[in-house]
Structure formats: C-alpha cells, structure tokens
Design a protein around this ligand. Structure first.
Ligand code: SAM
Length: 322
C-alpha cells in the first residue's frame, strides 16, 4: 500500500487522459481550451503500465478525468483496460456529461462502476451562463440513463456566489426522488482565476448549517472515505455532499494521487510541479515504476496551503482533472 510520512494511505488514482475540454466554465476555462503544444496524451499501452503499477501498490479505485475524458474516442477501451486490471475494483469517470446519452451504455459495457457529472446548476439559463453550453437537458437525460444501468452517480456542483441559493433549493427538490449524491464544492483559487475567485467564492459552512437545521444528518464515513462531508435525510432519496478545501484538516483525509494526461505524477492538486513518469511508462518496467512511485511519495506535503493563497503550478483544473 502506498503510504506517506503522515500516515495517509493512497488507494485512489485520478488519471487524466486529455487536457482538452469543450466547455467554457467561467471558473476554469472562460476563454475555452487553448491548445498549448502537442496533444501527446498517454497511450493505452502507457495507461496499462501505469494502472498495473498502481494496482500492485494497493490502488483499488481509478477515476478517469480530463479535460473532458469523453472527447477521447478510445475512452471505452481505457475503461475496460482499467476494469480488467487485477486489484482494481472501481472505475469511475468525471465528465461534463455532454455525451452521456450517446456513450453511457458503452461505458457500462466496458465496466464503469461510477460516474461523477459536473452540473453547476439545475436552472437551464444558469447552466448555460456558467458552462457556455445549453446542455442541461442532455445531461439530465444521461444521468437517468446511467441510473437505469445501475451506475453509481455523483454530481459535482461548484458553489458560486450568484447562484448558490437557487442551486441549493433546486437541488433539494431534485434530490427528493433521485438516488444520487450531489456534492457542492467550494470554488478553489487557481493560477488563472484569482479575480473570479475573489468575486465568487463562498464557504460551504452556512450551507452545512442550513442542512442541519432542515433535518439533514451528517453521515459518518469510514477513515478511507476522502475529504467530502455527506448528509442524508429520511424524506430524500438523494444525498448532499460538501467539499470544503479551505476548512481545517481538509488534507488529513487525502487518499488520492493524480497523474496528468502527459504522464506526470502530481502529489497534490496544487503541487509545485508534476513529476515525470513518462520514460518509465514507455519503458514498461513495472517494478522500476513502483520503486519510483514509492520514492516520490516521500515528497508529498502535509497540506495544499490553499488558505495561504498558494496554487502551485495549477493554472486551472482542466490541466489535471480536479
Ligand atoms: N471535464 C470534466 C468535468 O467537467 O467534470 C472533468 C474535468 S473538471 C476540471 C473536474 C471538476 O473540477 C469539475 O467538477 C469542475 O467543476 C471542477 N472544477 C474546475 N475548476 C474548479 C475550481 N476552480 N474550483 C472547484 N472546482 C473546480
């Protein structure tokens, strides 16, 4: 098992397979994806080496992310490869959902077990204003299809000051019948979004307070569960989650490592730099790669230091997948 000097165990890998994204979310890529250099993303062969090495070190869950992972035509093959790797029990995707109705059956057939869909508003006008796309209906239709296929669905909604009240009330209505977890994520500051962050960031604490006052109870999660706080209510099929990266001790439950679409290991979303694994991935030497991963983990810091305004090398989260 991969374990760092603070006793945190890492059974979860977030693997970005592209940094290209077709959405223009106001907090991430407001001017759309800007092509920087070649699109030399990890090949299926390199991904197989990487996933085998991580699985051999105790990784049991892989989340495929991006950019927008569904822009890669070989996504079903990548899911299948991950799902067929001994030791990998859960294969998840984080997606904006624009291709969900078309693709979700093929992802399920390939072995997908869980899906995180980014949906920052349930109001079509707000959704359009935030993402630059009029796709809320498509995303909602895809979510229903995924649920019918037995895929576990979580929704990611970034908390943005102008929309948060509407979002909470519409989300609560929606969750009455939908067996999904909707996770409200505090906006994080990145290298590119500082003025936007200053104008739009709000804390999740008042929402937590409102939920508790309205009869929602915090669910006790096991130690390996990661930093989200989750709440349930007897009258609701769905759950609410809160991800508050600025709260005290957020990083104490960190259980994930990240690899970029160009094969760099990021020990934290806001690390100063990615550590290049590509030569070892191309060599295909799994033992050597495992030794390197164990050695590099020694550099993982206790915290992301976001509260000090530190954003490391992360210009925006499409670089790495959130
Ligand atoms: N394209 C995919 C998607 O839309 O889910 C995967 C990549 S996207 C960068 C991953 C997640 O990061 C999304 O849920 C997005 O809302 C979130 N995200 C991006 N920038 C963020 C920021 N500055 N603060 C908080 N969440 C952010």
């Amino acid at each position: 098992m991969l374990e760092d000097k603070f006793g945190r165990r890492f059974h979860y890998l977030r693997l970005s397979i592209t940094d290209v994204c077709n959405f223009r979310c106001t907090y991430c890529l407001p001017d759309g994806y800007q092509c920087s250099g070649d699109r030399d993303f990890l090949s299926q062969e390199e991904i197989a080496v990487l996933v085998n090495a991580f699985a051999g070190l105790g990784t049991s869950k892989i989340r495929i992310t991006g950019g927008e992972p569904s822009l890669r035509k070989d996504l079903p093959q990548i899911i299948e490869q991950c799902a067929n790797t001994p030791g990998i029990e859960k294969v998840a995707i984080t997606s904006n959902g624009f291709k969900l109705p078309q693709m979700v059956q093929s992802w399920a057939d390939a072995g997908l077990t869980a899906l995180n869909i980014s949906m920052d508003s349930l109001d079509p006008r707000h959704f359009h204003a935030i993402t630059g796309h009029n796709k809320l209906e498509t995303v909602l239709q895809g979510i229903d299809m995924a649920l019918e296929l037995g895929i576990q669905v979580k929704i990611n909604s970034v908390l943005l000051k102008p929309y948060s009240d509407t979002m909470l009330s519409t989300a609560l209505d929606w969750l009455r019948d939908k067996p999904v977890t909707l996770r409200m994520i505090e906006l994080m500051q990145t290298g590119d979004n500082q003025p936007f962050f200053n104008d739009n960031h709000i804390s999740g604490q008042p929402i937590k307070q409102r939920l508790l006052e309205q009869g929602w109870g915090q669910i006790l999660r096991d130690k390996s569960a990661g930093p989200a706080q989750e709440f349930s209510h007897p009258d609701y099929n769905g759950r609410i989650g809160l991800i508050m990266p600025y709260s005290k001790d957020f990083c104490k439950s960190c259980n994930r490592l990240r690899v970029s679409s160009r094969g760099k290991l990021h020990l934290c979303l806001f690390a100063e730099q990615g550590l290049d694994l590509r030569p070892l991935l191309q060599e295909g030497n799994i033992d050597a790669l495992q030794q390197e991963l164990v050695a590099l983990l020694g550099q993982k810091e206790a915290s992301h230091w976001l509260d000090k305004g530190y954003t490391g090398a992360t210009q925006h989260l499409a670089m790495l997948g959130g």
